[in-house]
Design a protein. Structure first.
Length: 245
């Protein structure tokens, strides 16, 4: 931690820290013993926490949300210097955070059937999951992407083949991984150094990442739409040429 004890402002008690990061006292203490966050700053017999503690705990929560194991989280956090300020830690979190805000709605199978106006088959539920409209939970309920549910229900009602949904998902995943790798390489080699050279602070970089996320998604969707339209026009022209011969 960079600040000296005398210069620290905005100190938090353990309860205040827990309220800020949405963790229990037990979890905060556990992560402290594992070395994921520094020990509290002592003022007499009391321990206090800073924004750096909060930033590290929020990063741990983000890593957990991505399915990282405790061992993997420990390795990741160990790569961050102890003296890293809260702004730099928040930048790590921004890079991990979802690129599009999602607020799934929890639904039971009965509620899904009600939305479909009929009883959905097991294969239809699997197809909806592959389409990204629903995500099965361990309790038998589903996390539902409400914005996509109606389209998914209409597709399965039309008899959209499950195999086609799987094949399309495989295509999306394959090209998405390749594109993500290329974009990460571009960000690391060109965008990041340019922003650093301009004198951008850690807070500026975090904001830049957040701004780039929706713009990148919009650019990707726009490029995909243009590519689909161009391919359709080429296919129509090809068929017209074949019929004219």
């Amino acid at each position: 931690m960079q600040e000296s004890v005398d210069s620290l402002s905005g100190l938090m008690t353990l309860d205040e820290l827990c309220e800020r990061v949405g963790m229990s006292v037990r979890n905060v203490r556990f992560y402290t013993t594992r070395g994921l966050v520094p020990s509290p700053i002592r003022r007499g017999r009391s321990g206090y926490y800073t924004n750096d503690h909060a930033a590290r705990l929020e990063l741990v929560s983000e890593l957990q949300a991505h399915g990282f194991t405790l061992a993997a989280i420990e390795r990741y956090v160990a790569s961050i210097p102890d003296e890293a300020p809260a702004g730099k830690i928040s930048l790590h979190r921004a890079l991990l955070a979802p690129w599009m805000a999602e607020h799934p709605e929890r639904m039971t199978l009965a509620q899904l059937n009600e939305r479909a106006s009929r009883e959905l088959t097991e294969e239809e539920l699997q197809t909806l999951a592959v389409l990204g409209a629903i995500t099965p939970g361990p309790d038998g309920a589903y996390d539902v992407a409400v914005a996509h549910l109606d389209a998914g229900l209409r597709l399965v009602r039309f008899g959209y083949p499950h195999e086609s949904a799987e094949a399309a998902k495989d295509l999306y995943d394959e090209h998405a991984h390749a594109m993500a790798s290329d974009m990460l390489d571009l960000f690391r080699k060109k965008i990041w150094p340019a922003l650093r050279q301009s004198g951008a602070s850690d807070e500026d970089l975090t904001e830049a990442v957040e701004l780039l996320k929706p713009l990148s998604i919009a650019a990707l969707v726009s490029s995909y739409e243009r590519a689909v339209n161009e391919n359709m026009r080429e296919e129509i022209a090809r068929r017209a040429g074949d019929e004219g011969t």
